[in-house]
Design a protein around this ligand. Structure first.
Ligand SMILES: *Cc1c(COP(=O)(O)O)cnc(C)c1O
Length: 528
């Protein structure tokens, strides 16, 4: 049985053969009842339950897990418009995580999206100069990673119970600055788990670094590596792929998992806020149900924008997905030319969480654009690993036509942060600045008047030095917390709890290592 509800390009690969025996009144019911299973983008594994895919994080063949089909939303936009964030989360997530019971999933959702967030709305939408900024930074570490990482620990411990896992789960995570802290905030002192975070020394903001090295919890470890984010991410992937090491860990009662955005348990919760934002626009009378919107996302590892694409595939009326890059514009070049080429200088920018040359989640889009041909995808990924580049066909590019791309230089980013503050009194962070600048350029060029949601991925407080410099000029070597207090005075936005917490906190993590000793470092931390 083909799933004809799906977008044209997905038809070929997603079918429900296994579920032909499910006879239901209409297709809608059939879609919602059928179990979604998970398969590797490189063909080595298939038929996994959602909980199993979340537990494993990354497939053994190095591929990423993909759902066997992308389910359609089963309730109307009008219904969604009346729902809270938590209710929306349940309606979206239950369609992907089909082996979680209603009780389990609701427990995860309500444990995650509670007073850890400093606003009841969880993800408020703020209009400024004609665009809608979706504020995804109201969680405990003031970046959008909290949206998924506050629920992942619950999804994972539930999955461990469901699958009768007795090993201790060791979360290995590479971070470009925000994932590490958000993951530790979620996993700190969670029984049955340990978490080890690798971050690029000198490659994150002062606040980001302080947030990580002051992390409490008996099960947390933080390591600064002498390398950049790509080195950290590649190193972590290598450890996952090391079967012998895996065996050694298993003998000592450990098993690895990932909190990086390659884990499907991060992607699925991120779909929620795009559905929520759309419903919010309808409820507020900004658009009519069915009207199209555009979505602009400041992009690094391609996880956040991929979630927006999933929302579109679920039936959310989205026209264009605008992928915004900083000076590390590997994705911009890819969408413009069809050539993905990471062989270039790695540039440190004021939007460090986007300083990435290997965007892991792009593999999921590549896989879809091949018609879910794992062989073709695997060959391209092998080329990337061996030669540093690959080229996609015109046919594949056509299937990615929903994406537009742009990039903003450091100067353009700073100018946009200043412009928006001066004209609308709204301060955005350096990542949102990239997205905002790219959106304004796109709009000037195309005259596309479609209402646009811009993913606002971090609080300006996380990048106080850069945003104050953008608006008021050189900050010299002023103390970070002096700048934070000035930011509070000019914006009248209270200093978030997450910043107050680190003002006088004790430094607890001082470990450093070279890129090629990451495995030994993990072994040492675990004592194996
Ligand atoms: C992680 C991050 C991004 C990039 O998101 P991806 O899902 O990796 O593309 C953008 N902005 C901020 C503040 C982030 O922390």
């Amino acid at each position: 049985m083909q799933v004809s509800l799906l977008a044209q390009d997905l038809k070929v690969c997603y079918n429900l053969q296994d579920h032909e025996d499910i006879i239901l009144k209409d297709r809608e019911d059939r879609m919602s009842m059928a179990n979604v299973s998970y398969q590797s983008t490189r063909g080595g594994e298939s038929g996994l339950t959602a909980s199993c895919a979340i537990l494993k994080g990354l497939a053994e063949d190095g591929g990423l897990y993909m759902p066997s089909y992308i389910p359609k939303l089963t309730i109307s936009i009008e219904q969604l418009a009346g729902m809270s964030y938590q209710e929306t989360a349940y309606e979206v997530m239950r369609l992907f995580l089909t082996d979680y019971t209603e009780e389990e999933l609701k427990h995860c959702i309500h444990s995650a999206y509670d007073s850890k967030f400093d606003t009841e709305e969880i993800a408020p939408l703020r209009e400024a100069d004609g665009a809608y900024y979706l504020e995804l930074f109201h969680g405990s570490t003031i970046a959008f990673k909290d949206m998924a990482l506050s629920i992942l620990p619950y999804l994972m411990t539930t999955a461990a119970k469901k699958n009768h896992v007795e090993n201790e789960i060791v979360i290995l995570t590479a971070t470009s600055g925000d994932t590490g802290k958000a993951a530790m905030a979620g996993f700190a002192d969670v029984p049955g788990t340990r978490i080890i975070v690798f971050y690029p020394k000198g490659g994150v903001s002062r606040v980001q670094e302080l947030q990580m090295v002051t992390q409490k919890g008996n099960n947390t470890a933080v390591v600064a590596i002498h390398g950049n984010f790509d080195d950290a991410q590649t190193g972590v992937k290598r450890i996952f792929g090391d079967r012998e090491f895996g065996k050694r860990l298993a003998e000592r009662g450990f098993q690895l998992s990932s909190a990086n955005s390659i884990n499907i348990g991060r992607l699925v919760p991120q779909v929620v806020y795009y559905v929520y934002a759309y419903a919010r626009l309808v409820r507020d009378g900004r658009i009519q149900a069915g009207d199209e919107i555009n979505i602009t996302v400041p992009t690094g590892n391609f996880g956040n924008i991929l979630a927006a694409y999933f929302a579109k595939q679920m039936g959310l009326p989205v026209k264009t997905l605008l992928c915004a890059s900083n000076d590390n514009k590997v994705l911009y070049d890819f969408f413009k030319t069809g050539v993905y080429d990471k062989k270039r200088e790695f540039i440190l920018t004021s939007s460090p969480s986007m300083d990435i040359l290997i965007s892991s989640n792009l593999e999921r889009l590549i896989y879809l654009s091949t018609g879910c041909d794992a062989k073709v995808n695997k060959k391209l990924m092998k080329e990337l690993a061996q030669t540093g580049a690959y080229t996609v066909t015109d046919e594949m590019r056509e299937k990615m036509a929903d994406f537009e791309s742009g990039y903003a230089t450091e100067a353009e980013n700073g100018a946009e942060i200043k412009r928006l503050f001066d004209t609308a009194g709204y301060m955005i962070d350096t990542h949102t600045g990239v997205a905002s600048a790219v959106y304004r350029k796109y709009q000037a060029e195309t005259k596309d008047a479609t209402p646009t949601v811009i993913a606002s991925t971090a609080s300006p407080y996380k990048f106080s030095h850069s945003v104050m410099e953008a608006v008021f000029g050189e900050q010299g070597d002023k103390d970070e917390f002096a700048i934070i207090d000035e930011l509070c005075i000019v914006t009248k936005v209270p200093v978030p709890r997450a910043v107050e917490e680190i003002r006088n906190a004790q430094i607890r993590h001082k470990r450093e290592c070279d890129v090629d000793t990451m495995k030994e470092t993990v072994a040492e931390i675990l004592g194996v």
